[in-house]
Design a protein around this ligand. Structure first.
Ligand code: CDP
Length: 224
């Protein structure tokens, strides 16, 4: 019996990974896993419980207590992240969470814990997993790897529209500061930095629609 493939998608904030990964999973009948949501969930719990997000010891206790599960709604193919029996998805795009997530994600203990969970989600194959270190660290043996890029202007524009549609009020300056800060933190951290895997296919999404990106991925998927 051959297992379903795993597909890894990495790239910087706002490159369009989430939309593309969700649609690709839907098209191929695979499970969509948003690893950024897991880092955001840890950040949300840390802020809610008032711990110091720069303190690895406090993060250690917190993260070891979180049980993650993915709940897929077959009707609309949306996958919600539940932690300890609570649906945290509605909180993950809050401003404070976005502001602190890169700091929390740089903590060794947090990465170790979440990477273990992510490998568990993919152990029997059949996931489209998106993040920063999926092709390099989490699933180095994934059957397909993609690295999505886009210009900063386009990334800011896309993220601005998404936030507006979700009724969140960010100024352009705030958004630019937040995105560039996270990019820098994600690129520079010691463990699991944002990197293209040597065998990943790079797709520059600056001038492509979601449909065009998916077409490129499917071409490459079909081609082996
Ligand atoms: O949606 P967006 O691209 O803004 O970010 P995200 O995918 O929700 O990820 C939020 C943050 O989580 C990133 O900026 C990283 O700091 C962290 N992250 C990570 O370190 N490793 C991953 N595999 C995924 C996300």
């Amino acid at each position: 019996m051959s297992l379903k493939p795993n597909i890894a998608i990495d790239g910087p904030a706002g490159s369009g990974k989430s939309t593309v990964a969700r649609e690709l999973a839907h098209k191929l009948g695979l499970l969509y896993v948003d690893t950024g949501a897991m880092y955001r969930a840890v950040t949300y719990f840390a802020l809610r419980s008032g711990i110091d997000v720069g303190d690895e010891g406090e993060l250690d206790t917190l993260v070891k207590d979180i049980r993650f599960s993915l709940v897929r709604f077959t009707k609309n193919n949306i996958v919600a992240l539940w932690c300890n029996g609570e649906n945290v998805s509605p909180h993950l795009r809050e401003k404070e969470v976005s502001r602190y997530v890169a700091k929390v994600a740089a903590a060794t203990i947090v990465r170790e814990c979440l990477v273990r969970y992510q490998r568990l989600f993919a152990r029997t194959g059949g996931v489209v997993m998106e993040g920063r270190d999926i092709g390099t660290v989490v699933l180095p043996d994934a059957e397909q790897k993609f690295f999505l890029t886009a210009s900063l202007d386009v990334r800011l524009e896309r993220r601005g529209k998404e936030l507006q549609a979700a009724g969140k009020s960010w100024t352009k300056e705030e958004l630019c500061r937040e995105l560039t800060y996270r990019d820098e933190m994600d690129l520079k951290r010691e463990i699991g930095p944002l990197r293209k895997a040597p065998d990943a296919v790079v797709i520059d999404c600056t001038n492509l629609t979601v449909k065009q990106v998916i077409e490129k991925m499917l071409e490459s998927h079909g081609g082996g």
